[in-house]
Design a protein around this ligand. Structure first.
Ligand code: ADP
Ligand code: MG
Length: 222
């Protein structure tokens, strides 16, 4: 594989996040420093409530930290306005949320294509990439099935395919193997490692799954 290792694609410096006020205030992240490099899969671990989802949302420009700085591909998020941040998310970031958030009446292929249409890909290329990504997650035969008829694990894999198809430099995944059996969890972990290496991408995956941790180049424990 080409050697893309090295460049820091996402960086957190002194990142803190507090929720609530007064007696209800809680500090979830405190002075967190982290770097996510090209070609590397990082497993983000920690008990429930330790801030994994919060950190992924901050790295993805979906939530603002209460303290510290986040830099994505050399751009400080704090310096971007809403539109610039949306453009950065569209162009450079793919996100696999904990709840897949698919459109139930569209097929698996169409769900992936919609995400690519938002990124202004032509219909033919979108179709090709969608089928390729669905096949990578073992759903080639289910591509034309309506998502509402797929199992929870299959829907989770559609969300993985949708993110991979975007070919983003920063791939953020929130417990993507939680609904998968062992074989599929292993396949997704391996897929993320390969994706990072082949695309020179930084992949950050919140997970409890030892199968994914075993595939990772590094672990960030919260
Ligand atoms: P994890 O993904 O590791 O389980 P989260 O980032 O979801 O952790 O949550 C960390 C902590 O922050 C939890 O205690 C959670 O209740 C709290 N939290 C998360 N989001 C919010 C929010 N929008 N408002 C208030 N508290 C929140
Ligand atoms: Mg979470």
């Amino acid at each position: 594989a080409p050697d893309h290792k090295g460049a820091v694609l996402a960086e957190a410096r002194g990142v803190g996040k507090r929720y609530g006020e007064g007696a209800r205030e809680s500090l979830v992240l405190d002075g967190l420093d982290a770097e996510f490099r090209a070609g590397r899969l990082t497993a983000l671990t920690g008990p429930s409530g330790s801030g994994k989802t919060t950190l992924l949302h901050i790295l993805g420009g979906l939530r603002e930290p209460s303290a510290g700085d986040v830099t994505i591909l050399g751009r400080a998020l704090a310096e971007l306005d809403r539109e610039e941040r949306a453009a950065l998310r569209r162009d450079e970031i793919a996100f696999i949320p904990q709840d897949p958030g698919l459109t139930p009446f569209l097929s698996a292929r169409e769900n992936v294509e919609v995400a690519l249409a938002l990124r202004e890909l032509g219909a033919d290329e979108a179709r090709e990439r969608a089928l390729e990504a669905l096949s990578a997650v073992g759903l080639a035969e289910r591509a034309e099935q309506r998502v509402g008829r797929l199992s929870a694990g299959e829907r989770q894999r559609v969300a993985v395919a949708r993110a991979l198809a975007a070919e983003a430099k920063l791939l953020l995944a929130d417990e993507p193997t939680a609904r998968l059996d062992e074989a599929n969890a292993l396949a997704v972990g391996a897929l993320f490692g390969r994706y990072a290496r082949e695309h020179g991408a930084a992949v950050v995956c919140a997970t409890h799954d030892p199968l994914v941790v075993a595939e990772a180049d590094g672990v960030l424990a919260l």
